[in-house]
Design a protein around this ligand. Structure first.
Ligand code: G3H
Length: 540
C-alpha cells in the first residue's frame, strides 16, 4: 500500500458508515418545476455521485446519491416560455402585484423552507462534501438573507411612497422589474449563492428560471414544492441538465432579460455571448478571484496565521473569496512559515459529518489539477513545507503549502480553488502591490500589520485595485449586507442585501404637471387605491 493510500484511505467509511441522522437514501428525482406544476421528466437522467467514497466488499467507490433530469433544449425553452408568460412583458400578476403581497408570498416560502433545514444540510454534506457547521451556516445564512431582504424591500417601498415636486412636475419614483432572469450558481454555495440572486430577483417582480449548480443539485428538490405553492404559476421555474442544452439554448433565444451568474469568467463570457441582443441583456456576475494576503513585518503573527489558514483553507479553499496567495515580509518569513505550517497540519481530515476541516472535493478532476500545480511549482523551485502536504487519495487532498513560489509558476497566476497554498517572501511592499496591479483579478486583499501609517499608506492605493481591503482579517463575502463585488475579471455589478434589489430592478416613474386638474386626478387614484404603483400607502 502506498504512503498516500495508507494515510488517507481510512478516512472513507466502510459499508453502512453514513450516519443514520443524515437520513440518506438515494433520490431519483424525475420532476422539474414549470408554470406552477411539477412535471414528470421522461427523458435522459444525470447520475449523482458523492465525493464521499464508501468501501464495500473491499472495494472503494463513490457513494451514489441519485439522479436528476438531463433536460433538452426544447423542454428548457418551454420552461422559459412559462416564465415569460408569467411576466407577460411587465403586465403579469407578479410584476404588477403590490409589494406587500409579494412579501407575503416570500414569507410563506420562508416558513416552508425552514422546515427543510435538516434535509438540505444533509444533502450539502453528501453532494459537495461541505462539513456540518459550514453546511448549517450556509442554510442559516440564507434564511437570514431572505429576512434581511424582506426588511430592505419594505424600506425601499417606504422611501418611494411619497411624491416629489420639482420645477412644477410631480413624480412618484419606484423601482420596477426588468423581466425574465436566468439564475445560475456555483457548486461551492449551491444554496446560498443561488438564493442571493434568486430572492432579490423575485421580490422585485421579475420572473425566474433557475438552473442549479454543477454539484449540489439534489438539495434543491426538497424546496420545489415550497416554490410551487408559494408563488404564482411561472414566477419561479427550475431546469436541470447540461449547460449548453439548458442555459445555452435559453440565451440563444434572446428571451432572457437578466443573466445572474456566479462562477468562472470563462463560462460567463461564453454564456453572455450566446445572447443575440447584448444591449437588452443585463448581467449580474460574481467571477474569479485570487485574493492575496500581505503579512507585514510588524503583524501580530498569531492573528495573521490563524486568519490566513482559515482564509486559505476553509471548505478546502473552494471559496471565491479565499486567500489564494500569501506574501510575507522576508524578515518574518521563517517564523511565519513555521507557525503557519503547524496550524495547517493541525487541520483534521475526514468526512463532512465528522468534526473536521478538510473534506472530500466534489470535482472529480480537482485532485489531478492540484497535483499538476504542485508538480509545476516543485519543478520550478518551490518545496512542500507542511507534513502531509502533497498527499492525496481519491477525492481527499491534504492541504499543501508551497514555498517559495515565483512568477514562473502556474500557481502564482491561476485560481487554484482548492487546498494548495502558495506562499512567497517580499522585501519591498511594491512587490505585492504590483502583483495586484498586474493581476486580472480585483476582488479583495488582506493586509496584516499593526502599523497605522503603513496600513493607511496601503489602503489608499489598494481600494482602487480591489473592492474590499481587509485589515488583520481574512477576505470574505459576509456579512451579506456589505457590498460584494470586484474589479477587472472578478465581477460585474454589486451584490449585497440592498444592492441586489437595485441590480434586479430599474427606476421608473409616473409624472404630471402641477395643476388643479392633475392634482385631483392623482388624489382620486391614490385615495381610491386604484393603482399598485401610484400609491402613498406606507408599508409597516
Ligand atoms: O465563493 C464565494 C463566496 O461568495 C464566498 O463567500 O466569503 O462567505 O465564504 P464567503
Amino acid at each position: 500500500m502506498s504512503d498516500n493510500i495508507e494515510k488517507l484511505s481510512h478516512h472513507f467509511p466502510v459499508n453502512t458508515d453514513v450516519p443514520p441522522e443524515l437520513n440518506f437514501s438515494p433520490l431519483e428525482q424525475r420532476v422539474y418545476l414549470s408554470n406552477g406544476k411539477l412535471h414528470e421528466w421522461k427523458g435522459a437522467l444525470a447520475e449523482v455521485f458523492s465525493p464521499v467514497y464508501i468501501e464495500r466488499n473491499g472495494e472503494l467507490k463513490p457513494l451514489r446519491l441519485g439522479s436528476y433530469p438531463s433536460m433538452d433544449g426544447t423542454t428548457s425553452l418551454e420552461v422559459l416560455e412559462s416564465a415569460r408568460s408569467a411576466y407577460n412583458l411587465g403586465r403579469g400578476e407578479w410584476p404588477t402585484m403590490r409589494v406587500r403581497d409579494r412579501i407575503e408570498r416570500l414569507q410563506n416560502f420562508l416558513v416552508l423552507m425552514k422546515a427543510k433545514r435538516e434535509t438540505v444540510v444533509s444533502w450539502l454534506m453528501l453532494e459537495i462534501g461541505k462539513n456540518r457547521p459550514d453546511s448549517e451556516n450556509e442554510f442559516d445564512r440564507t434564511v437570514e438573507y431572505i429576512i434581511d431582504t424582506i426588511n430592505a424591500v419594505k424600506n425601499l417601498d417606504r422611501q418611494s411612497s411619497d411624491l416629489e415636486l420639482h420645477q412644477g412636475i410631480y413624480a412618484q419614483i419606484r423601482r420596477g422589474p426588468l423581466g425574465v432572469v436566468l439564475c445560475m450558481a456555483p457548486y461551492n454555495y449551491p444554496l446560498n449563492e443561488t438564493f442571493a440572486t434568486l430572492i432579490p430577483a423575485l421580490i422585485m417582480g421579475n420572473t425566474v428560471v433557475f438552473r442549479p449548480a454543477k454539484y449540489g443539485v439534489l438539495l434543491i428538490e426538497p424546496l420545489l414544492e415550497a416554490f410551487r405553492v408559494s408563488f404564482p404559476p411561472g414566477v419561479i421555474n427550475v431546469i436541470y441538465g447540461e449547460g449548453k442544452e439548458t442555459a445555452g439554448t435559453l440565451m440563444e433565444s434572446g428571451k432572457v432579460d437578466v443573466l445572474a451568474f456566479i462562477g468562472s469568467s470563462k463560462t460567463a463570457n461564453i454564456i453572455k455571448k450566446q445572447h443575440p441582443r447584448p444591449n437588452r441583456l443585463r448581467s449580474v456576475l460574481g467571477l474569479d478571484a485570487k485574493n492575496p494576503a500581505v503579512v507585514m513585518e510588524d503583524a501580530d503573527l498569531n492573528v495573521a496565521v490563524s486568519e490566513c489558514v482559515n482564509g486559505a483553507l476553509a471548505f478546502n479553499g473552494q471559496r471565491c473569496t479565499a486567500l489564494k496567495i500569501i506574501f510575507i515580509h522576508r524578515k518574518i518569513a521563517d517564523e511565519f512559515m513555521k507557525a503557519f505550517c503547524r496550524k495547517v497540519e493541525s487541520l483534521k481530515v475526514g468526512m463532512p459529518w465528522e468534526d473536521v476541516a478538510i473534506t472530500p472535493l466534489p470535482e472529480p478532476d480537482k485532485p489531478a489539477y492540484m497535483q499538476a500545480l504542485i508538480d509545476d511549482a516543485i519543478a520550478k523551485g518551490a518545496s512542500i513545507m507542511n507534513e502531509g502536504g502533497g498527499l492525496q487519495f481519491k477525492s481527499l487532498v491534504n492541504p499543501t503549502v508551497l514555498y517559495p513560489v515565483n512568477h514562473d509558476m502556474r500557481v502564482y497566476h491561476e485560481e487554484q480553488f482548492g487546498p494548495v497554498v502558495p506562499v512567497l517572501a517580499f522585501d519591498d511592499i511594491s512587490e505585492p502591490v504590483n502583483y495586484m496591479v498586474e493581476s486580472n483579478f480585483g476582488q479583495q486583499v488582506s493586509i496584516f500589520s499593526n502599523n497605522a501609517d503603513q496600513i493607511a499608506a496601503l489602503v489608499d492605493p489598494l481600494v482602487n485595485q480591489v473592492c474590499r481591503v481587509n485589515i488583520n482579517t481574512k477576505s470574505q463575502r459576509g456579512p451579506d449586507v456589505y457590498p460584494f463585488n470586484g474589479r477587472k475579471d472578478s465581477a460585474e455589478g454589486t451584490l449585497s442585501v440592498t444592492d441586489a434589489l437595485r441590480v434586479f430592478s430599474i427606476r421608473t416613474m409616473v409624472a404630471t404637471r402641477d395643476n388643479e386638474q392633475n392634482r385631483a386626478l392623482f388624489t382620486e387614484i391614490m385615495e381610491g387605491r386604484k393603482s399598485h404603483f401610484l400609491s402613498t400607502d406606507f408599508l409597516l
